[in-house]
Design a protein around this ligand. Structure first.
Ligand SMILES: *[C@@H]1O[C@H](CO)[C@@H](O)[C@H](O)[C@H]1NC(C)=O
Ligand SMILES: *[C@@H]1O[C@H](CO)[C@@H](O)[C@H](O)[C@H]1NC(C)=O
Ligand SMILES: *[C@@H]1O[C@H](CO)[C@@H](O)[C@H](O)[C@H]1NC(C)=O
Ligand SMILES: *[C@@H]1O[C@H](CO)[C@@H](O)[C@H](O)[C@H]1NC(C)=O
Ligand SMILES: *[C@@H]1O[C@H](CO)[C@@H](O)[C@H](O)[C@H]1NC(C)=O
Ligand SMILES: *[C@@H]1O[C@H](CO)[C@@H](O)[C@H](O)[C@H]1NC(C)=O
Ligand SMILES: *[C@@H]1O[C@H](CO)[C@@H](O)[C@H](O)[C@H]1NC(C)=O
Ligand SMILES: *[C@@H]1O[C@H](CO)[C@@H](O)[C@H](O)[C@H]1NC(C)=O
Ligand SMILES: *[C@@H]1O[C@H](CO)[C@@H](O)[C@H](O)[C@H]1NC(C)=O
Ligand SMILES: *[C@@H]1O[C@H](CO)[C@@H](O)[C@H](O)[C@H]1NC(C)=O
Ligand SMILES: *[C@@H]1O[C@H](CO)[C@@H](O)[C@H](O)[C@H]1NC(C)=O
Ligand SMILES: *[C@@H]1O[C@H](CO)[C@@H](O)[C@H](O)[C@H]1NC(C)=O
Length: 611
């Protein structure tokens, strides 16, 4: 959300300074014939020579073009030797390289110590290339570095302790490399550090305590490494923290209470660790918190968790999956969540029933309580969830009918989502159920509109009004005890891609109108008591026999030829040929057999007698 863009408040300022220098440069060079500093030129040449690839537009051997300041990715500034800041009032007006941006330029090879000469460099972006090998320690002698972006390369080795020398550093990103070993405990001097990302490497060991002294830190992302131990930074001193992402590591112990002193915290991801204990009650103070995931840990007491977190007025996404083993989902004591849009409490497995306080979460758009042991029915009050477009209650022990109010859900009855949803702040959202095919979504709003009640003990009929939920892309009612027929009105679900009604007690025919569902790519009515003709045409020509098996009365396509006479007129033509073989062939065969008998009686028998 908006606060995220405040992560690097200094950065725009820094750019603005560049801007001024860029545009004063032509004027400066015509009057004073400025060229790039010869040491810098040599450093760039060494750097370029160390690579396997060439950098387009860098011309070392062309005397006229040797002003490296005009090369792609290079920015210079006039620099005073006496002043530590940019100045045009300088006694050595040579142009110095202050920024090198070669992100996504196809660089391959090793990074030699050659950048060492660029001692005025403050911005280095080498992200999204194929650089490999270790990062030379000399890089950490570039004391003026403010921004260091090495994301998405193939760097190996350990993160160097020399980082402690980079006292001007405000932004460092080494994510998506193959760094190993410990994160050096060398952050004491980095008083300006605002953003540190080392996601998706092979880092191990504990959180470096010295990070606690980076009081400007607003983003810390160490997701998807092998870090362990307690989460024991001194959060009381990290009051600027906006994003803390420690997911997919091996952290253990409790969630630290002191996190609640990070009043600016908007995004907290602790998913997939080995944390236990409760959600600290002090978390109610996290009024800026917008995204919280603690899924796949061993936390306990779902009541305390919900009671505490309902006080977080800005919480929009809450993911509690795989915790609270065997506890009961509380029905009382929860008044509602002010801003909550997505609630996922799956695979715990929780007992109890679907709580009525859900109806108080006015903004709720996505609800996933699947893979629990919930009993009872779906409460009628579900209707008041005007924004709900994704409902997954599958694999519980729910009973009763589908409440008619479910067919009145406002968003699913409309043509588009009324909510834009909240971004998950760069943390991928995924459908956790299908581990072989992880579906990642940038934000939950990209989930397909879904009603999944499969694998329960529900009964009654499939209301024809379900056909009003025209935004639906996935309707799964399989593995229940639904009876009656498949309503013709389901053809009103124009956006439907998946329809699963298998393993119920459905009877009657498959409505021919379903061939009009042009996006239907997955269809299953197996194991019911359906009969009659399988519809032809449309997407139905792509479904295999497994979609229909277990219905002895069905005919056509894969099964017995249909004897039924009640066929839609346009299909009669096609059917006639197949049917004719049997229906008209029968008298013919009868005639043939009786003819044969006649021959035996009249001709062969008398011959035998004679013999
Ligand atoms: C100006 O730059 C050109 C090319 O770099 C160089 O040959 C020439 O000597 C310079 N003139 C002065 C006055 O420095
Ligand atoms: C500019 O340079 C002159 C002469 O070296 C010096 O007296 C003056 O203080 C400088 N001004 C600034 C703003 O640095
Ligand atoms: C580095 O370059 C990449 C690709 O252009 C960009 O996405 C990223 O924001 C840049 N890093 C910084 C710190 O500006
Ligand atoms: C990193 O190295 C691996 C193995 O050497 C290679 O398969 C992969 O393509 C490299 N990735 C990049 C971004 O260069
Ligand atoms: C810090 O930089 C200096 C030179 O700039 C170097 O001698 C020293 O070894 C560096 N410190 C570390 C820990 O690398
Ligand atoms: C986690 O990091 C590993 C490399 O350490 C990478 O191969 C993998 O794709 C990452 N997984 C995710 C989900 O980001
Ligand atoms: C909560 O969110 C609103 C809207 O995004 C924002 O204006 C407000 O500042 C946030 N509250 C806190 C405490 O951050
Ligand atoms: C949860 O915590 C509350 C208050 O600490 C306690 O009364 C309750 O028994 C706990 N419930 C479970 C299931 O541990
Ligand atoms: C139902 O949930 C249980 C866990 O509660 C899980 O083990 C099982 O695989 C799930 N079954 C299906 C069909 O998804
Ligand atoms: C929702 O998204 C649309 C298009 O993406 C945009 O025009 C609109 O301003 C957004 N509305 C809100 C409330 O963010
Ligand atoms: C389905 O309903 C029938 C009739 O009410 C009942 O006899 C049967 O046990 C139910 N089956 C399941 C699996 O609930
Ligand atoms: C398919 O839709 C068209 C147009 O709405 C309608 O005329 C036709 O009868 C439908 N087909 C079937 C088999 O219901």
């Amino acid at each position: 959300m908006k606060g995220l863009w405040q992560v690097l408040p200094m950065y725009p300022l820094f750019c603005a300074i560049f801007f001024i220098f860029l545009y004063s440069q032509p004027c400066a060079s015509t009057s004073k014939n400025l060229s790039c500093n010869s040491n810098d030129l040599r450093a760039l040449e060494d750097f370029s020579n160390g690579l396997d690839s060439r950098i387009d537009g860098w011309k070392f051997h062309d005397a006229l073009a040797a002003n490296c300041c005009s090369w792609p990715g290079v920015r210079c500034a006039l620099f005073s030797v006496f002043s530590s800041s940019f100045s045009i009032n300088s006694t050595d007006p040579s142009l110095r390289v202050v920024s090198l941006d070669l992100a996504s330029t196809g660089l391959e090879g090793l990074l030699w110590n050659s950048l060492l000469g660029l001692d005025q460099l403050s911005f280095l972006n080498l992200s999204h290339n194929s650089l490999r090998g270790t990062v030379p320690p000399e890089l950490f002698h570039l004391r003026r570095l403010e921004v260091l972006d090495l994301k998405s390369n193939n760097f190996t080795g350990e993160l160097d302790q020399g980082i402690s020398n980079l006292t001007s550093l405000s932004y460092i990103d080494v994510s998506f490399n193959r760094f190993t070993g410990f994160i050096p405990d060398s952050f004491h001097g980095l008083q300006r550090l605002e953003s540190f990302s080392a996601e998706s490497n092979c880092l191990e060991g504990r959180l470096p305590n010295s990070l606690s002294s980076c009081s400007m830190l607003s983003l810390l992302n160490l997701r998807n490494n092998s870090l362990d131990g307690n989460i024991d930074l001194n959060f009381a001193s990290l009051v600027q923290l906006v994003v803390l992402n420690l997911g997919s590591n091996r952290f253990s112990g409790h969630i630290p209470k002191s996190l609640s002193s990070c009043r600016a915290l908007q995004v907290l991801n602790l998913a997939s660790n080995n944390l236990h204990g409760k959600i600290p009650k002090s978390f109610r103070n996290l009024q800026a918190l917008s995204y919280l995931s603690v899924s796949k840990n061993s936390l306990s007491n779902v009541s305390v968790a919900l009671q505490t977190l309902q006080e977080c007025q800005n919480l929009t996404v809450l993911i509690l999956t795989r915790n609270f083993y065997g506890e009961e989902l509380p029905n009382n004591g929860i008044q509602g969540f002010h801003s909550l849009q997505a609630l996922v409490v799956a695979d715990c497995p929780l007992t109890g029933s679907i709580p009525s306080w859900l109806a108080n979460i006015k903004e709720l758009s996505l609800l996933d309580l699947s893979w629990n042991h919930l009993t009872g029915g779906i409460p009628l009050c579900i209707r008041s969830l005007d924004y709900l477009f994704y409902l997954d209650l599958s694999n519980n022990s729910l009973t009763g009918e589908i409440p008619m109010s479910l067919t009145k859900l406002k968003t699913l009855n409309s043509d588009s989502l009324s909510h834009n949803g909240s971004s998950s702040h760069g943390i991928p959202f995924f459908s956790w159920k299908n581990p072989t095919r992880l579906l990642w979504y940038k934000q939950y709003i990209n989930f397909p509109p879904t009603v999944d009640l499969s694998n329960n003990m529900m009964d009654g009929t499939i209301w024809k009004e379900i056909g009003n939920l025209r935004l639906l892309q996935v309707l799964d009612l399989s593995k229940n005890n639904f009876t009656g027929s498949i309503p013709d009105e389901l053809s009103g679900l124009r956006n439907l891609e998946t329809l699963d009604l298998s393993f119920n007690g459905l009877s009657g025919t498959i409505p021919a109108s379903l061939v009009n569902l042009t996006f239907l790519s997955s269809f299953n009515v197996a194991h019911n008591h359906l009969q009659g003709q399988i519809p032809k045409g449309g997407q139905f020509s792509t479904f295999s026999s497994s979609s229909f098996e277990g219905n002895p009365g069905l005919c056509g396509e894969f099964f017995l030829v249909c004897y039924s006479t009640s066929k839609p007129p346009e299909e009669e033509e096609n059917d006639r040929e197949e049917s004719n073989v049997v229906l008209e062939g029968l008298p013919l065969a009868m005639g043939f057999i009786s003819g044969l008998l006649l021959i035996v009686i009249l001709v062969i028998l008398p011959l035998l007698k004679q013999g």
